[in-house]
Every structure is written in C-alpha cells, then in structure tokens.
Design a protein around this ligand. Sequence first.
Ligand code: KG4
Ligand code: ZN
Length: 340
Amino acid sequence: MRVLGIETSCDETGVAVYDTGQGLLAHALHSQVALHGAYGGVVPELASRDHVRHLVPLIRRVVGEAGLGLADLDGIAYTAGPGLAGALLVGASVATALARALRVPVVGVHHLEGHLLSPLLGEPKPSFPFVALLVSGGHSQLFEVAGVGRYRLLGDTLDDAAGEAFDKTAKLLGLPYPGGPALAELAESGRAGAYSLPRPMLDSGDLDMSFSGLKTAVATLVRRVGSALDAQARADIAREFESAVVEVLVAKALAALHVTGLKSLVVAGGVGANRQLRVRLIESTSAARARVYFPSIAFCTDNGAMIALAGALRMDAEGAAGSSFGVRPRWDLSELRAPP
Ligand code: KG4
Ligand code: ZN
C-alpha cells in the first residue's frame, strides 16, 4: 500500500510517500525558518499562508521523485493535530480534496504518533515493545510502546517541554529563532563546569520532568554575570544548560527502561537531534545492556515521512476506509486506540 503523507502542523511543510512493502519512496520538506526568523518565533497566520503556497508543488515534486503518478497512490495521511489550527487545516483540506478526487481513503494522523513511530523509518528497526523518549518543542514524555496505538504514558513534564526550555533559554542568551539548534551549537564551544545549574527532579523517584525552573535559573545567572556576559560566558552557560537537560533526560529514560524491564529505547522529536543527548544515551544504554534507536536527524524534527508511515500502518491494520475531514489543535495521545 502506497500512502502520501502530509505534515503542516507548525512551521514545516513536509510531504512523503511511504510504501508498506518497499519503505520510504521519497520525501521533501520546506522549512519556514527564514519566514518567521524576523519575528523571533512562529507567526501562525504566516505559517498557514506559507503552507498554502508550498504544499501542492511539494506534493507534485515528491510523487514525481517516487517515480509515481497521483493515480498510483492508495491512500493519503495528514497531520490532524495537535498543532496550529490554521496550519493543520491547510494539510487537512488538501489531503481530503485529493483523496476524494482520487477516490482513495484519507486518514488524520496524530503528530506525536508520527514522532513515536519515526524510528521505524530507519535501519535497524526497533521491534515492539520499546520505551520511547519523546522530546519535542511541546512535549517531554516517556511512553511504553507495545504496538501501533498502544501507548502507555510513563512520565511527563510538569511544565515546559525540553525543546521549549531550549528555545526560551536560547532567547535569554540572545540567540536567534529557532533557539534549540543555535543553543546546541553555541554549547559546543562552552567549557564544562564553568557554571553550575540545577538538575530538576533528577532524584524525584518517578519518571516526571520539569524544565521551567532551569530556564529561570539561567535568567538569574545571566543577570548575575551582568556585563561580564561575553561570548565565552554565553557559550559556557549554554554548555551547562545543555548538560543539565541531557543529564535529566538520560536518567529518566534509563529509569523507564528499568521500571518496564525493557531493553530498547527509542528517541523521537526535535530534541532527539541534539548531539550531546545522542552521545550520552548511546554510552549509558550500552552500560545498561540496552539499545537505543534514533531516527535519522532529518526525521527527528517535523517531517512528512513519519506521517506517511503512521498513516500507512494504521490504514494497513484498520482497513483503509477513512474519509473524514477534521483537525484537533489539542489532542491527547492517550485518546488514541489500537487498531482492531
Ligand atoms: O519535533 P519538533 O521538530 O517540533 C515539535 O513537534 O515540537 O521539535 C522542535 C523542537 C524545538 O524546540 C527545537 O528547539 C528543538 O526541537 N531542537 C533541538 C535541536 N534541534 C531541534 N533542541 C536541542 N538541540 C538540537 N540540536
Ligand atoms: Zn513535532
């Protein structure tokens, strides 16, 4: 079954074709970073309009690159939520219209289900069950994943998500949007141990997390350093901030493996692109005789491939019958059901 996947939940237009027999056939992404950069963050109305401009040309390109015509598609999947309402509606409208014209089924996919399943796009593929560390701009969560649609929440952030903390801290350090990758790059030239920040909830005894206090600690530190905040001091603070977040995420992920007795850890979401996090997770899972799986960097952040994949797995399992149109800007992953 060949499924076209459409992702428009935020500031990237992502399109891909996934074949349940052959895997990913083609994918492309249009990033809106340059568009929103001047405003220091995503402007929802501009995001929607940009999706309108780029989505249809991107679909033409990706279907062509897959060596297919539109008539070769067996189904269409789009991100139905969570995300920006206007941006989601662009993907939902185009997906539904195209599906009706082609007389193929269409399915609305949960964005986080796409992230959770994204490591299945690579090789080697993790097999179910596994623990998933989902670290994106809006979520920092640990799940036990027993199969498609079978997600048990093990731990959650009590306030800011890890990516959100990266973005807000980057702003405090005067870095441009998007802050997370910029802060990670700055941290590379920082010295370890030059400053000391807390490791929130490291010893809380559960799998929950909290990152907003860490961001506040950086704000206090920046004020204290005052006029001595030169390029090196900023890099040192970035390094310490990154170390604090990474240490907490690694400790919680390992604790989740321990609690569930599972030996496979899957990392998904934009913060999964962080190099320090990857290095530390590889070290600590191997010490615990477990294994960690990452999506390739391109599939950590938002993309169409994970939506095509999740849609294809659902259509395959549920029988491809859907034709509904709708978006859910707020949508809890725990509401999802496993296919029959
Ligand atoms: O999954 P994603 O692309 O979008 C959401 O669904 O939220 O994640 C975006 C988040 C942003 O907060 C961004 O700053 C963060 O991932 N991010 C990173 C890195 N690359 C992206 N954070 C730390 N280090 C990175 N290299
Ligand atoms: Zn995402």
